[in-house]
Design a protein around this ligand. Structure first.
Ligand SMILES: [Zn+2]
Length: 312
């Protein structure tokens, strides 16, 4: 988005799991949430599920990221708020599904993939490429099963006010909803997740919403099965990685983005580099800890230019 809308943008909800290639010029100016359409590389509902995920271009980005002076995280602490019912009689909203995400957060920090962010030299402080996992809390449906953007901030505030989670200005709070929970500003139709920041008890708190991709696999996942046997949660993990790297490098929407307003995750969304198949037939492109994951690429900054890649 252009610089005039950027200021307004910074005060509003930041950056959804956007699809940079699919946005028109009109889209860049209008919404506070960058529209996420159906995964363009998989062609629409169930189109080519089962095919290898899109690798993406290996050329240097023509609209590279620039640093705009705002804050970045050196080593953020990630917190999870599980919203809804994660003990359902389905195969996605389950304790084993939660464990996939917990294992992701425990393994992402310091990984070759997340160390990509340490190439963003010139930031207000060093981006270490590490992440600390700070723990989780669970809430049922205090705001029902159709949430607004404002509800997401209330869910984070409640977790802090109840002391279920600490008030941490070095934290990024991820609200993860079960697959029966809608987000009325456009989960599944416009986006798969977003990150933003807001004032909670006088502190500037960063937080993000990630919906369970099982609600709309063709829109919010790259495949209909997951490398950990949970298509919805395995799909969420790529969105989580996207929002985690954006919140780290552009915490207040004033640090690393390009001339069109896109953050690092947006520029590589829905591209996965070299992938391989695991035993159940799902595709993956990296191993974190003991698990295989399929996670979108991220922008790495090299002396020769900026590229979407899986390593720095
Ligand atoms: Zn994004």
């Amino acid at each position: 988005m252009n610089s005039s809308s950027r200021l307004w943008f910074a005060t509003a909800l930041v950056v959804a799991f956007g699809l940079a290639p699919a946005l028109s010029a009109q889209d860049q100016r209008a919404p506070e949430i960058v529209h996420h359409r159906v995964n363009p590389n998989d062609g629409g509902p169930n189109a080519v599920f089962g095919a290898a995920p899109t690798a993406g271009s290996t050329s240097a980005l023509t609209a590279p990221l620039k640093y705009h002076g705002g804050p970045v995280f050196s080593t953020p602490t990630a917190y999870i708020i599980w919203y809804g019912n994660w003990a359902q009689a389905n195969n996605t909203d389950t304790a084993s599904g939660q464990q996939i995400v917990t294992d992701f957060f425990n393994a992402i920090g310091g990984s070759p993939y997340f160390q990509i962010n340490s190439t963003y030299v010139g930031s207000s402080n060093l981006i270490s490429g590490n992440v600390t996992y700070g723990g989780a809390t669970t809430v049922a449906y205090p705001y029902g099963a159709s949430l607004t953007d404002a509800n997401i901030q209330s869910i984070v505030a409640d977790a802090i006010n109840s002391k279920a989670l600490p008030s941490d200005t070095n934290g990024i709070y991820f609200v993860l909803t079960s697959s029966d929970v809608a987000e009325s500003s456009g989960f599944c139709s416009k986006y798969c997740g977003w990150h933003t920041h807001g004032t909670i008890n006088g502190s500037d708190i960063k937080y993000a919403f990630i919906g369970n991709a099982a609600q709309c696999l063709s829109a919010c996942a790259a495949q209909s099965i997951g490398p950990n046997g949970n298509a919805g949660v395995d799909g969420m993990v790529s969105v989580l990685a996207h929002e985690l790297e954006e919140a780290t490098t552009d915490a207040d929407a004033s640090a690393w983005y390009n001339r069109r307003g896109y953050e690092n995750g947006d520029l590589c969304a829905w591209t996965f580099g070299t992938s391989y198949q695991v035993a159940n037939g799902a595709y993956a492109n990296m191993k974190l800890g003991t698990r295989d994951f399929l996670i979108q690429r991220n922008v790495t900054i090299r002396s020769t230019g900026q590229y979407c890649d899986l390593v720095k």
